[in-house]
Design a protein around this ligand. Sequence first.
Ligand code: WQD
Length: 338
Amino acid sequence: MKKVLVTGGAGYIGSHTVVALVEAGYEPIIVDNFYNASPKVIDRLELITKKKIKCYNVDCCDASKLDEVFKEVKPHAVIHFAGYKAVGESVSKPLMYYDNNLTSLLKVLECMVKYEVKNLVFSSSATVYGDPKSVPIYEDFPLHVTNPYGRTKLMIEEILTDFAKVNPDFRIALLRYFNPIGAHESHLIGEDPNGIPNNLVPYITQVCIGKLAKLRVFGNDYKTHDGTGVRDYIHVCDLALGHVLTLKRLDEVTDSLYIYNLGTGKGSSVLDVLHTMEKVVGHPIAHEIVARRPGDIDACYASPEKAFKELGFKAKYDLYDMCKSAWEFQENNPDGIK
Ligand code: WQD
């Protein structure tokens, strides 16, 4: 059974990817320092998969501890999720983001070279496109970042591009996620933000359980069908499967660097999401139109063509499925995974 080291594997996308890896016959091994995830996630993953999930409580910036993990595991591949990811926090704490996100990637890469682990899937983000010239967004669109979090993603893409050029025996994939939402059907794992959610869907579900008073809709004067921001929401389980398909593809190809959008190709506005969630919960959800959030863009959604053509990837869940699963996770975990 091929071992896959999943850094940040206790996190939102990481944990769902661990489930998909088990279902595809891989042996996922988690490396996580639990800075942004509960250790209880591991128990829940074992409940879902009915397998023992090996986990190392290690910070990827800790070179010596990470070396011990690689020496012991000698994985076939690495999926690198570990990193800080709050846009707003990155603006107020840039050095913390540059140090953590870049150092962790570089230490992982150094271990991969030392232990001849040649397959890497990197968790990038559509944020590298900035405010796109048009939509849908293709992988060859210009890249432009406007915050330190996004800049760490772009810098890591550039590091991996330079590395791939002189390491032709490596197989590296950069996956640019659009907006992952939703949760596994078991309701045991899902989006579990610390404190008040920055992202739209967990904010709405916390309004629905009465933890927050109402949704603030950040602006309704964007150039979109109803004036509110449009994004490409993709079910986290679809996204997880995209990682499995990418791993399989890396075993078949001969180039050293691949870049894919992972999105649905469909744009939904804030009000589209809100109204869908109202259908799910069966009642209106309190909300108020307020000023734009600085840095937000009008519209962002993927062209999913390249991922479909080369990976066979196609998102199968629709917005109703995504909202329903997000709500069911929240309803079953009113205080998150504690
Ligand atoms: C979506 C829409 C908001 C909250 C961010 C990161 C991106 C990626 C995904 C990591 C926008 C509106 C939101 C609220 C609102 N993360 N909104 N009220 O900003 O598209 O992307 O998360 O890779 O890097 O930038 O997602 O969920 O914050 O916002 O009206 O309380 O919902 O204006 O139009 P975003 P989001």
